[in-house]
Write a protein of this length. Structure first.
Ligand SMILES: *[C@@H]1O[C@H](CO)[C@@H](O)[C@H](O)[C@H]1NC(C)=O
Ligand SMILES: *[C@@H]1O[C@H](CO)[C@@H](O)[C@H](O)[C@H]1NC(C)=O
Ligand SMILES: *[C@@H]1O[C@H](CO)[C@@H](O)[C@H](O)[C@H]1NC(C)=O
Ligand SMILES: *[C@@H]1O[C@H](CO)[C@@H](O)[C@H](O)[C@H]1NC(C)=O
Ligand SMILES: *[C@@H]1O[C@H](CO)[C@@H](O)[C@H](O)[C@H]1NC(C)=O
Ligand SMILES: *[C@@H]1O[C@H](CO)[C@@H](O)[C@H](O)[C@H]1NC(C)=O
Ligand SMILES: *[C@@H]1O[C@H](CO)[C@@H](O)[C@H](O)[C@H]1NC(C)=O
Ligand SMILES: *[C@@H]1O[C@H](CO)[C@@H](O)[C@H](O)[C@H]1NC(C)=O
Length: 904
């Protein structure tokens, strides 16, 4: 690879063949038996190219010779290009070594002498290029043996004569190029070596020719084409030239830039006896065309008169041009002066002689206007270009084109004429018109539709780039045949009229509404345009129409356009795109949504776009490219532009995209420079295509792994939280269940089996309240007896054992809960535990909580390991603040005392 210098890279397109060459010491590129050794600074002919090459390009090197021996190896050559070297000598043996040579190019070298032997062996040569050497004289018939030569180029040398041989030769020559030499006289004996030739083209342009000697062109076997451009022929010499061409086979004569400033009725008289069909008189500063100048050219078909300085076209200037089909009058008339007096003038009926004219281009002129009989008589005219032709064609009236009424005009080009108004019936006499170009004018008006009346065959109306156009429902009602309507940048107004301005255009194929800043359209705008294939809506302001927040919902203005192929919505400010918006547009080949603000694409938005070939989403706010969204659109894509989006380079966002990029054949330009990550920060500015997806490679197992992991984590967290907040309940019920299962049967003994109705746990400080409230109950009901520590324990001694026993002998346990109880150490540690143990064994209803104060559950739990939730609601009583509710409290307490001990 060490020799693979930068040259190789200039031939990257030929990479597969480059290998062939890098094995040798030169850097030629060989492809299909053609070796390109150009621009290599070679001083010698390479000796190591494949021997079977047929084309060898040695141009732009530093070769001084072409030594025949160096070509022994390349005997198959048919083309040898040695142009742009410093070759000053050519050896006859070269052609001997190259018997099959057909094309020899030695242009831009330093050959100055050709000997009689130089080409003696080049019998198969068909083209010989000796342009731009220093050959000043040809002697001794060097081309004598070139019997197959078709083209001989000796232009840009120093030849002063056309004489290339002393006897007839080059019988197959078709093109002889002698331009840019020093030939000043065309002599008969200088051309009679071509006596047996039939020349299609004799190129003598840019020679200082001053004289045509008698019979010079008649020396040539047949002469069909002659170019004498850039020769200083004046009218006199031109006339003489034409006389010399009389009775020749001349068909094509080019006299561009020959200072033919005036033509008279005698200038071309010599061409009377020819069959001239093509005449180029362009760039001549031609000022006056006398009446009858071209009367001698009845067979002329193509006439180029562009870039002249005609002041006045007389009524008979074109008289006699019976056969002209194509007339180029671009910039033919005076343009320099803007003074009204020197404005070019065209007499009425000037064109009436051109009965066969089909194509007339009068663009780039300065005519004041269209006169009433300007074009009268052009009965075959089909194509008329009047682009930039007029200075004051402000208003098109029903009379402007009356002179074209007889013409079967098919295309009319009126661009760049400062037209400001089209009146009704302006084109009504042009019933054959198919293409009408009114672009780049200053039209500002309401289109009522009457403007187009009579255009029964119209196919295209181009109105782009005008001042303003106000649409109405009738704007195009009279041209239902229209297939192409261009309304780009015309400040369109009233586009949302109802019915739609386009409702009658059932054949419309192309509609251009771009660059109009349109903000309001309705969903009927394009209704019924079933043949529409191209829709240009770029550079408008349609963003609102696709917003969910739009008062009547998104406007589906594309619906029903089932034939649509190309859709351009660039630069509309879209930041939302409804999922259904492209539904049914199954023939879409190209969508351009570039330069919008789109970020999120709904999942199924491109589902119907399986035939998409080109998608442009450049300069949006796209962060992720997901398969669910773009998979269908990317399937058959040939061109994608998503450049300049703020890609989020994470596995979830672009792994699929990067994978697709690396395997697709879709053309994505500037991938490495214009597709850069925006987030996460550590990837900012990093090329998307280099994002390492190996970490995401096994994304399916990874996802599963992720899901499992996450689930486990969530379950764990849930469990922890559950245990944290509800653990007591779980362990409590667990205890209960265990006890029941292990056979601690509910001992729902009858009330009389207990000694006490309830054991009352309370803080010492609350003893007064207990006494006050429970002793009256005992008095009322003789069967009721509570275990009150102060009263029922001997001398108030709190023996643990007796507490246990007392609790066991009580049917229920009552907690009198106050702040004091929460602080009472004995209660905290022992009594509560005991009671709960008993409750668990016996059953939960055996515990009754009486709250004398409002104690939060968490404090209760922290101090006593009890929670309200452990107990049935009727076992939880609150001491009322209001006196009148005390009775109700007693009633509730009795209910609680009376309830069965059960957890159900
Ligand atoms: C020309 O020669 C090269 C090798 O030098 C060979 O690969 C190639 O097939 C040959 N082409 C023909 C048409 O023989
Ligand atoms: C040889 O190469 C030059 C420069 O690349 C090019 O212009 C020329 O057409 C080539 N000649 C032939 C015969 O292909
Ligand atoms: C070309 O020929 C010259 C003399 O005829 C010889 O000196 C030179 O080595 C040859 N070059 C190659 C590359 O064959
Ligand atoms: C052209 O010929 C006319 C007479 O035939 C002569 O008077 C005139 O000077 C000539 N003009 C030029 C420029 O040779
Ligand atoms: C040429 O025009 C002149 C007047 O300019 C006229 O006298 C002459 O008859 C015309 N010749 C021909 C052949 O029409
Ligand atoms: C012009 O063409 C006709 C037929 O097309 C032919 O007979 C005539 O010889 C031609 N004239 C010349 C001068 O070649
Ligand atoms: C052009 O319109 C005017 C009325 O606006 C009418 O008087 C005139 O006859 C029309 N001309 C043609 C040729 O229709
Ligand atoms: C009208 O002419 C202009 C200028 O030559 C050209 O650019 C444009 O394409 C033409 N319009 C049509 C429809 O050919």
């Amino acid at each position: 690879m060490s020799q693979s210098s930068p040259y190789i890279y200039s031939f990257l397109g030929l990479l597969p063949f480059w290998i062939l060459c890098t094995s040798s010491t030169n850097k030629c590129v060989v492809r299909h038996e053609a070796a390109d050794c150009s621009h290599l600074k070679l001083t010698q002919v390479p000796d190591d190219l494949p021997a079977n090459i047929t084309v060898l390009n040695l141009t732009h090197n530093q070769l001084r010779r072409l030594p025949p021996d160096n070509f022994t190896r390349y005997s198959q050559l048919t083309t040898l290009d040695g142009g742009f070297n410093s070759i000053s000598k050519l050896e006859p043996e070269l052609c001997q070594k190259l018997p099959l040579l057909e094309i020899l190019n030695l242009e831009h070298n330093e050959l100055s002498r050709l000997s009689e032997r130089t080409f003696i062996f080049c019998v198969n040569l068909m083209e010989l290029h000796l342009r731009s050497n220093s050959i000043q004289k040809i002697e001794n018939d060097p081309f004598q043996n070139l019997k197959n030569l078709i083209k001989l180029d000796l232009s840009h040398n120093g030849l002063s004569s056309t004489k290339l041989g002393s006897q007839p030769q080059l019988e197959n020559l078709q093109e002889l190029l002698l331009s840019n030499n020093k030939i000043n006289i065309l002599r008969r004996e200088g051309l009679d070596f071509l006596g047996n030739s039939s020349l299609k083209k004799l190129e003598l342009s840019s020679n200082p020719i001053k004289e045509f000697s008698p019979g010079c062109f008649h020396a040539i076997g047949k002469l069909f084409g002659l170019s004498l451009n850039n020769a200083q022929l004046n009218p006199n010499l031109t006339e003489q030239l034409c006389l010399e061409l009389s009775n020749t086979s001349i068909q094509n004569l080019s006299l561009s830039n020959t200072q033919l400033y005036r033509t008279s009725n005698m200038t071309f008289v010599g061409l009377k006896h020819t069959n001239l069909t093509v005449l180029d008189l362009s760039h001549n500063n031609l000022n006056v065309i006398d009446n009858g100048s071209f009367v001698w050219l009845p067979r002329l078909e193509y006439f180029f008169l562009g870039y002249n300085n005609i002041e006045h076209l007389f009524s008979h200037s074109f008289y006699g041009l019976l056969s002209v089909r194509y007339l180029d009058l671009r910039r033919s008339f005076t343009k320099q002066s803007t003074a009204l007096a020197s404005r070019p003038k065209i007499d009425d009926f000037s064109f009436q002689w051109l009965k066969r004219l089909e194509y007339l281009n009068m663009g780039d002129n300065n005519f004041p206007g269209i006169k009433s009989n300007m074009f009268t008589g052009l009965i075959k005219l089909k194509h008329l270009s009047l682009s930039d032709s007029f200075t004051s064609l402000r208003t098109l009236t029903n009379e402007t084109f009356l002179s074209l009424a007889q013409s079967p005009l098919v295309t009319l080009n009126l661009t760049k004429n400062k037209i400001s108004k089209i009146e009704s019936d302006a084109f009504s006499c042009l019933g054959h018109l198919q293409v009408l170009d009114l672009g780049l004018n200053e039209i500002g008006q309401e289109l009522t539709g009457q403007e187009w009346r009579g255009l029964g065959n119209i196919i295209e109306i181009y109105l782009s780039y005008n001042k303003y156009l106000q649409l109405t429902p009738g704007s195009f009602a009279l041209v239902p045949s229209l297939q192409r309507l261009m309304l780009c940048r015309v400040a369109l107004r009233n586009v949302d009229s109802s019915p739609s301005p386009f409702h009658s255009l059932r054949h419309l194929v192309i509609l251009d509404l771009s660059n109009n800043n349109i903000a309001n359209i309705n969903d009927k705008l394009l209704e019924g345009l079933e043949k529409l294939e191209i829709l240009e809506l770029q550079h408008n302001n349609l963003a609102r129409l696709w917003k969910r927040a739009n008062p009547s919902g998104p406007v589906y203005f594309l619906k029903g356009l089932s034939r649509l192929h190309i859709l351009n919505l660039e630069s509309n400010g879209f930041d939302e795109i409804p999922a259904e918006v492209f539904k049914g547009l199954s023939e879409l080949k190209s969508i351009d949504l570039g330069l919008n603000n789109l970020n999120i694409f709904p999942r199924s938005v491109f589902d119907d776009q399986a035939s998409l070939k080109s998608l442009n989403l450049q300069k949006n706010l796209i962060t992720s490219v997901e398969k669910d969204v773009f998979g269908p659109a990317f399937r058959n894509l040939s061109n994608l532009d998503m450049s300049f989006n703020p890609f989020d380079c994470t596995c979830e966002s672009i792994a699929w995209f990067v994978n697709w990029i690396n395997s697709t054949h879709t053309n994505i330009s500037d991938l490495s420079s214009h597709y850069l990550c925006n987030t996460p920060p550590q990837y900012h500015g990093f090329p998307v295509m280099l994002f390492d997806i190996s970490a995401c490679k096994d994304s399916a197992p990874f996802e599963l792994f992720f899901i499992i992991n996450t689930s486990i984590l969530l379950i764990f967290i849930f469990t922890v939280l559950l245990i944290h907040f509800e653990g007591w309940r779980i362990s409590f019920y667990w205890n209960v269940s265990v006890h029941r299962v292990l056979g601690f049967k509910e001992i729902d003994r009858q009330p009389e089996q207990f000694e006490y109705a309830a054991y009352i746990i309370h803080a010492y400080k609350d003893r007064d309240w207990v006494w006050e409230n429970f002793s009256p109950m005992e008095e009322k009901d003789q069967t009721l007896r509570f275990c009150l520590e102060e009263r029922d324990f001997e001398a108030g001694v709190l023996e643990l054992e007796s507490i246990v026993n007392s609790i066991k002998r009580s049917r229920k346990t009552i907690f009198v809960i106050t702040q004091h109880l929460l602080k009472d150490p004995l209660c905290k540690r022992f009594k509560v535990h005991q009671a709960v143990q008993q409750a668990v064994e016996q059953n939960l209803d055996s515990i009754i909580l009486i709250f004398l104060e409002d104690i939060p559950d968490y404090k209760l739990n922290r101090a006593l390991c009890l929670r309200r939730g452990m107990f049935k609601s009727h076992c939880i009583l609150n001491w009322p603040v209001q006196k009148e509710r005390v009775n109700a409290f007693h009633h509730k307490l009795q209910v609680a005392l009376g309830s069965r001990n059960s957890i159900h």
